[in-house]
Design a protein around this ligand. Sequence first.
Ligand code: PXP
Length: 238
Amino acid sequence: MRLGVNIDHIATVREARRTFEPDPVAGAVICQLAGADGIVVHLREDRRHIKDRDLKILRGVVKIKLNLEMAATAEIIKIAREVKPDQATIVPERREEITTEGGLDVVSGEEALKAATEELKESGIPVSLFINTNPRQIEAAARVGASAVELHTGEYAKHFNNVIQREKELEKLRKGVAVAKELGLDVYAGHGLTYYNVGQIASIPGLEELNIGHTIISRAVLVGLDRAVREMLDLINW
Ligand code: PXP
């Protein structure tokens, strides 16, 4: 199972003081050395954590997969086409949210998402869509021309302590992975995963990559980033 480490919250700590440290670029280098398979950053429209400068330097430094999470807006699409991350993950974005709250509604936004996906693909950037595990959304993602989907694990995480609900969410995810694979999509998952709940997600057949942020950066504050990344890698690849 591949691990993409979302380093947004290194920048969140920096922005708490609007200073130069900790530098997410240094964090990316440590994740890379610790064995992570990818670095994920979300360049939000309000630039609340990751800045344009971070993304540009990361493009030079990151030799593993650089995955840019982004809203499908003209401004960010233009930046993505210039920087050329190894993948763009289109996510819904609302200014007032604390973090990305739900998946994209690909069914109702099909035309606009198709146009955005085509623009990114023209620049050689493969596109993944962050969606809730709903077969209609997965089918729409395939129609839009995405090469992958990232399934939202937030509901699973939320219900982790309720065995019945958790099993329901796991079953939805297992079915979603199968539907996406059948359509020829690569399948990733993420959001709300922790060291405590990641095991069952990591064992879903067909799932190729997990994108994990908050829990790794939280642990890193206490035990160091190198150790936090290695412990997650051990958990998802046992
Ligand atoms: N995947 C996507 C698409 C996200 O938007 C986020 C949050 O930035 C994550 C994964 C990581 O979520 P978490 O920080 O809860 O691990």
